[in-house]
Design a protein around this ligand. Structure first.
Ligand code: E4P
Length: 215
């Protein structure tokens, strides 16, 4: 199980990288826009200079040929870039061409087992089921993660499952139990994962007890 950071905020990425627990980053156009950064290439290259692992950057083209051209361009930005491609007929066509060129891809906006299956068969390196967005509409997002992991295991499909659209620490624990290869988490969730009230109480009690015997 690995943890990626789901953000385009380079300050957050720098802070998280220091902890030694982040092995990749995922971005999307909304996350880059949130940082008011207009130059996607500059953002992705800056992130690549901080984190060695896979950095997902998303294409915006919708037609297969344009998607493939854009993906080739995006993958040239840095050796560790993974091209994020939304699931669609065009997306599958692009992934199958790119996988033969050894361009790494991340099938994004995945909301069903069939979408995941098609992405894996087309040759996507990563498949990203969006857990939180499914929960938001009253479905069980983590159930989808379990189903994808089980089917990929059964048929020995090599795509790695990224539990995405993570909203809170429990999502990460359950994703790990479900066998997701990766959970991509917002910075706030990463910070919440560190905390436990009993740890805080324990630390202050140790300090108080030690102070109590000092002259
Ligand atoms: C994943 O790769 C996406 O960037 C992300 O997890 C989407 O999360 P959201 O539903 O919180 O926007």
């Amino acid at each position: 199980m690995r943890i990626f950071l789901d953000t385009a905020n380079v300050d957050e990425i720098r802070q998280a990288a220091k902890l030694g627990v982040i092995s990749g980053v995922t971005t999307n156009p909304s996350l880059v826009a949130k940082e008011k950064r207009e130059d996607m290439k500059a953002v992705i290259q800056e992130i690549s200079s901080i984190v060695d692992g896979p950095i997902s950057a998303e294409v915006l083209s919708l037609e297969p040929e344009a998607m493939i051209q854009e993906a080739r361009e995006v993958s040239s930005w840095s050796p560790n870039v993974v091209v994020k491609i939304p699931i669609s007929a065009s997306g599958l066509e692009a992934i199958s061409v790119l996988s033969k060129e050894r361009v790494k891809t991340n099938l994004t906006l995945c909301f069903s087992l069939n979408q995941a299956l098609l992405g894996a068969i087309a040759g996507a390196t990563y498949i990203s089921p969006f857990v939180g967005r499914l929960d938001d509409i009253g479905h069980d997002g983590m159930q989808l993660v379990s189903e994808i992991v089980e089917v990929f295991d059964r048929y020995k499909l090599p795509s790695q499952v990224i539990a995405a659209s993570i909203r809170h620490p429990l999502h990460v624990s359950v994703a790990a139990q479900a066998g997701a290869h990766i959970a991509t988490v917002p910075y706030t969730v990463l910070m919440q994962m560190i905390k436990h009230p009993l740890t805080d109480i324990g630390i202050s009690r140790f300090a108080e007890d030690w102070r109590s015997i000092q002259k």
